[in-house]
Write a protein that binds this ligand. Structure first.
Ligand SMILES: [Zn+2]
Length: 507
């Protein structure tokens, strides 16, 4: 059915895009094997080997000096804080930290690399091993993590290309997983957890758009039951979790299509095009000997002693998994709620601040519901950050407290929340309730009057209800709430309505 449409053996860019049933039959026959490499930009104030600032968004080539510009005769000096951050990462994933590691020169020519080589760790990285546990409970082993410097950036204009070296020499750790991942969903989960971890450790801001958390994926497929790995392709620079999943899915289908037609997968570096949803061959994959690595002669081997490791162990914050366990116990939350709330340390702090503000007026579960549904939805839609969000923990707490004390109904609270999100919280929900006259009606005689009017205005439905159609109870509740503009206490409306309808049935 899928006749090859062109003669190239390397890629099939003209093939139809991915569809679901195609994907499931491919996955029945082939097993994907996925390994991920993540470049994490460490948020130290200065670069890896010089005193230049690492701040993002400065004027092009502003954060540079003779060292990161690669002038001849200059000498690199290792940034102590980078090593501390790297140690903290290794401790958090339970990797083996090596007492001696060595920096090497990785040679390649590219305009954004003025020295003509990158300083990185090659055969003796500072740590090996370690693991990440996924939502499914599966462990992904880590092969290694090493310290290296970033390259600059080429900026391509209409007629000319420019080089910006602000990023040249910014510190990274590259985290390499074993090829333990078997589907695109687990790949995305691994990356989300890794991002959450480095953010908790406060060593990387995890910003995919600004490139401080970058991922390359190695993908091969093999017929189910076969032990030998297939030929892998590497997809470069995937800049969102969604694109990572899309790219991996597309690449699996592309490789399966080649194998189904008796063709070979070539070892290549691919680029993912988010607009078309396809991967395209960029170049044939380099081997490590292409880079002619040799030990960096201007730097001593890096020595990390036990005392230093202990010092960093003491500086470790509460990590996401431990925090999720604590949330389940301390706040009586489900595993799901705890996982969502602790997926980001700033979100977790926000939740705990709201709980503190509410101070027992409602359960911690109700606060969790508000934060994981209404709040998170608006925060995502409007790109709020959780450190300085437009709706503060104080205001959200005040709003939830108003429901807990019966001052406003849940429905009014949702409307108010949307208004706060849209226009800004102003003087806070309490003041808004006063100004707009939204205080919940809990006066039963007033409620009784409105319900009697509703019953009289709908004689048809009333007759049906009295004749046995109990379902219409909800209709009368809805009408009453509508007439009162959602301001009546819903529990009282239910109680009074039941009483009045029972009375009419009897009499
Ligand atoms: Zn510099």
């Amino acid at each position: 059915m899928n006749a090859p449409q062109n003669g190239t053996k390397t890629s099939r860019p003209s093939e139809a895009p991915v569809n679901k049933s195609q994907e499931s039959t491919v996955l029945d026959r082939y097993e994907p094997v996925i390994g991920l490499e993540v470049h994490c930009q460490l948020k130290t104030k200065t670069k890896l080997f010089c005193g230049c600032s690492t701040s993002f968004g400065a004027m092009p080539n502003h954060n540079t000096c003779p060292i990161c510009l690669g002038h001849p005769g200059v000498l690199p000096v290792l940034n102590r804080e980078v090593v501390n951050f790297a140690i903290r990462f290794a401790l958090a994933v339970e990797a083996n930290i090596h007492e001696i590691s060595v920096f090497a020169r990785k040679q390649y020519f590219y305009p954004d690399l003025p020295k003509g080589y990158q300083i990185t760790q090659f055969d003796l990285p500072y740590c090996t091993g370690g693991k990440m546990i996924l939502a499914s409970g599966k462990a992904v082993r880590l092969m290694r993590a090493h310290i290296e410097e970033d390259a600059g950036k080429n900026v391509h204009g209409d007629e000319s290309s420019y080089v910006d070296l602000n990023r040249a020499g910014v510190p990274l750790i590259e985290i390499v997983s074993e090829a333990d991942i078997r589907n695109p969903e687990d790949a995305a989960d691994y990356l989300k957890r890794l991002r959450s971890l480095v953010r908790s450790l406060d060593i990387c801001d995890g910003n995919l758009e600004e490139g401080s958390f970058r991922c390359d994926a190695n993908i091969s497929i093999r017929p189910r039951g076969q032990e030998k790995f297939g030929t892998r392709c590497e997809i470069k620079n995937l800049n969102s979790f969604r694109n990572i999943e899309r790219a991996i899915k597309y690449e699996i289908l592309r490789q399966a299509d080649l194998l189904d037609h008796g063709e070979k997968v070539l070892q290549q570096t691919m680029l993912f095009d988010a607009a078309s949803g396809k991967t395209q061959a960029m170049r044939s994959k380099e081997e490590s000997h292409d880079y002619r690595y040799f030990p960096e002669p201007d730097l001593l081997p890096l020595r990390i002693d036990a005392a230093r490791i202990e010092e960093q162990r003491k500086a470790l914050p509460e990590l996401p998994e431990a925090m999720a366990r604590r949330f389940q116990e301390q706040h009586a939350l489900s595993a799901y709620d705890a996982a969502v709330l602790t997926s980001d340390k700033d979100l977790a702090n926000f939740y705990e601040a709201v709980v503190k503000r509410v101070d027992g007026a409602v359960t911690e579960k109700i606060v969790a519901n508000w934060v994981t549904s209404e709040y998170l939805r608006e925060a995502n839609n409007r790109s709020w950050d959780f450190i300085n969000p437009p709706i503060t923990s104080d205001h959200l707490g005040e709003l939830i407290e108003l429901i807990g004390k019966g001052v406003i109904s849940g429905r009014i609270a949702k409307t108010l929340f949307e208004e706060m999100a849209e226009k800004g919280p102003g003087n806070g929900p309490k003041a808004m309730v006063q100004e707009q006259g939204l205080v919940q009606v809990s006066d039963t005689s007033e409620i009784r009057g409105v319900i009697n009017n509703v019953l009289d205005a709908n004689p048809g439905q009333l007759a049906e209800y009295l004749g046995g159609r109990d379902k219409l109870f909800g209709f009368f509740v809805g009408q009453t709430m509508k007439v009162s503009g959602g301001k009546m206490n819903p529990q009282l409306v239910n109680d009074v309505l039941k009483e009045l309808l029972d009375a009419r049935r009897k009499g």
